[in-house]
Design a protein around this ligand. Sequence first.
Ligand SMILES: NC(=O)c1ccc[n+]([C@@H]2O[C@H](COP(=O)([O-])OP(=O)(O)OC[C@H]3O[C@@H](n4cnc5c(N)ncnc54)[C@H](O)[C@@H]3O)[C@@H](O)[C@H]2O)c1
Length: 432
Amino acid sequence: MKLCMIGTGYVGLVSGVCFADLGNDVICIDRDIKKVEDLKKGIIPIYEPGLEELVLKNYKNKRLKFSTNLKDSIFKSDIIFICVGTPSKKNGNGADLSQIYNVAKEIRASISKFKIIITKSTVPVTTGDEIEKIISQKVSKKLFSVVSNPEFLREGEAIRDFTYPDRVVIGTTDKKSNKILKNLYLPLISKGTKYVNTSRRAAELIKYASNAFLATKITFINELANLCEKIDVNIQDISIGMGLDKRIGGRFLRAGPAYGGSCFPKDTKAIVTTADQFKINLSVIKSVIKSNENRSSLLIKRVFNILNGKVKNKKICFLGVTFKANTDDMRDSSSLLMIPSLHKMGAKINYFDPTGEKDDFKKLNNVHFSSNINFAIRESDLIIIHTEWNDFKSINFNNAVKNKKFIVFDMRNIYSPDKMKELKIKYFGVGR
Ligand SMILES: NC(=O)c1ccc[n+]([C@@H]2O[C@H](COP(=O)([O-])OP(=O)(O)OC[C@H]3O[C@@H](n4cnc5c(N)ncnc54)[C@H](O)[C@@H]3O)[C@@H](O)[C@H]2O)c1
């Protein structure tokens, strides 16, 4: 099939290359000229395991193309996926849909034969109705069908998640579009993926409801971790004991820093705003948002206590700054709150992240990037394990750190407290 992905970010690039790998002809469009030129040269704009090899392979065999020419690409394609960003509005709440509606206007200027137009971006319920309205102002409804096909891939696992998803959700009541899309996803369905056909509005809501539920699980266990710290109980025992109940499940039940990333923070806020518009109070999700926003301050307070209130001039090393491992994505990472706060309190911070230096910290004069782990931790008074990269799982702290009174604050509970005790390392975890 001939596909066009509008927006070549995490979702557009990953799903575009995976569709190409399944044998489709795919054009990935972006308005960012440099990004498109780089991709044509084999330079991949994001860090995502396995992505580079797959892009190079499919670009070489010409199933995958990159372009900035939206009009021409729409003309050549049967199915158009909208994969542009839907960030939070500047005032904080609700999704900013300007990129979506701009694309809808661009699409309507380029339709001459039947096209399926799909929102793969995460969009609030009724956005599909609005896109249909915008396009039908200039184009006959017989020439297009607007479908919702939300994407559930996780950064860091994106290729595996796209290729082996738990489910594909297609929101449409149009039989013709449903048949074509079922065919597009047939290679995944035949390997066991469940195909769920719903109304367009239901598909839009499934995505937000799923993210809000996962955010709730994380927040739930984070709050329980606070209790565990007071009562000498290990939160990991609670996660295992609860997670083995199939009705609950063990995933997203691990205590740590506040949830971050490009989806959960913005999507929880957006679903609450949507519900408010319909005068429905999603009080559970509202509490989750509040609790998560408090979590970074709570952990900063914990750092303050670990250092006995003496943060000024302390050398603090952050291991990992991205919101999770195996991605270079910094959007809404809790390190963006913690590092500037500790810097403001007078700490001297350096950090190491396998995906390199981050622009976000360049303006802070006492925050520096180190290019390897041992160098990063050598002079530290306090080492904070912020992101669960494999690189941080077997560090010989006693050999690497000069100051023999160093402390480790393991926000991901990677290390065993007993082992650290044996090694005479002053060690703190989360919820234990
Ligand atoms: N990142 C994830 O893990 C993930 C997972 C599932 C769903 N989503 C959703 O998918 C959507 C995209 O997320 P992302 O992380 O890929 O975003 P992104 O910011 O990485 O990529 C969006 C791309 O769209 C391009 N773009 C914007 N307007 C354009 C236009 N008019 N024409 C051409 N290109 C245009 C931008 O230049 C950018 O490259 C969001 O709604 C997000 O919530 C993201």
